[in-house]
Design a protein around this ligand. Sequence first.
Ligand code: B12
Ligand code: SF4
Ligand code: SF4
Length: 391
Amino acid sequence: MPLEQATSDQASRTRAKLTALLRSEAAAQGFDLCRITTPDSIPQAAGRLASFIDADYHGTMAWMAETQARRANPKTLWSEVRSIVLFGINYAPDRDPRYLQALPDKAAISVYARNRDYHDVIKGRLKEIATRFAARAGGGTDVKVFVDTAPVMEKPLAEAAGLGWQGKHTNLVSRQYGSWLFLGSLFTTAELDFDAAELDHCGSCRACLDACPTAAFPAPYQIDARRCISYLTIEHKGVIDAALRPAFGNRIYGCDDCLSACPWNKFAETAREMKFHARDALREPDIAALLALDDAGFRALFSGSPVKRIGRDRFVRNVLIAAGNSGLETLIGPCRVLLADPAPQVRGMAVWALSRLMDRPGFLELADASAGEPDVEVMAEWTAAGVRQCA
Ligand code: B12
Ligand code: SF4
Ligand code: SF4
């Protein structure tokens, strides 16, 4: 056999061995999918990311624009990368989460946030895989792992690797797991065997687009994050547009409506991973109890959950929107207490909630609470609710 042929056979055996090793390590760590693509597999993503950012669809997520070049091209992020491994883990709920919308005294926390933070769960496992892989691949092989927080376009890469396709709601849909997959990635300098991309199976369906309560899809496959309840309740620190608040219903952290509407979910089975099963306390919490949370209570309730990241004040702001949408007089008392909260975003949203829950004369009797309000945004809520403060 010519030397060249022998070397190439050896290289392909090594690739196959390392690829098989990765797949078995992924299964051992509880991942449901593990497939591989090249760093050059998403040439269309740069232009689409640029249009997203040029249209300002990222809102106040300035980090998206700051990392644009690295995000758009894995080789700009890491020039030596030769293979990208994409991992998917099923987090499907045991019940369609939309049933909660008919329970006005309950708050809806999106499925992904009802137990442990997936970043923590997945990152630890990817690190474990990376360590074993690097040890077997030998000296000179470098490995890096990413979940969400790094500037990596996980969805187009996952589509190129064949885990699923980007549906019209922009998330990855799998024929096996529907919309309920978390993604993670491993970049390596090693050569691996690449998988084929998945095709788009949306066809003429537009269920997700029609399901969005805030009309956040300007077109199929495009999202304007500034209108998305997930962005507004999790990422957005400022005042939430009053025109959008009624559409939130009782959604207080994230939203699953477009994901839940997807007909491909019918093949999904409940997550195997117990860390993604809803904790009882977070399955259908009472709005009244959440309004009463102080900082310590908030931290204790959301220990280990991604909800903890937004902090008590932003969280209570969101709960007040749900209270304002509930139509429940029983929530007037807990909302009134929050008119005196130290956090302006809480006071402001308490004004809005009470203006919707109380009859007009009753609400106007609260006007004294606006006296001496030092915050212009809270004052703007009083004014919008028809209470003008004399200087
Ligand atoms: C920023 C971000 C958000 C933002 C923006 C959402 C978005 N769709 O971009 C906000 C805060 C709104 C958000 C919300 C949610 N997110 Co998020 N988010 C991200 C993050 C960090 C970056 C995504 C990104 O790069 N967006 C920029 C846009 C331009 O990229 P893109 O979505 O890939 O856009 C493509 C399409 O628009 C497409 N496109 C554009 N035009 C056209 C035209 C045609 C014809 C075609 C075919 C395609 C096409 O091309 C673009 C590039 O490929 C990723 C993690 C990561 N690093 O990837 C998680 C991630 C996307 N989020 C995730 C989740 C779970 C959610 C929520 C479900 C959480 C919740 N329950 O509230 C919601 C879903 C809302 C939704 N419908 O997208 C998961 C999705 C998993 C999956 N199966 O896809 C990810 C991958 C995190 C993870 N590691 O698992 N998220
Ligand atoms: S997560 Fe909710 S608000 Fe955001 S795009 Fe999907 S349906 Fe619309
Ligand atoms: S709901 Fe329909 S259009 Fe939306 S992602 Fe699923 S199959 Fe595609």
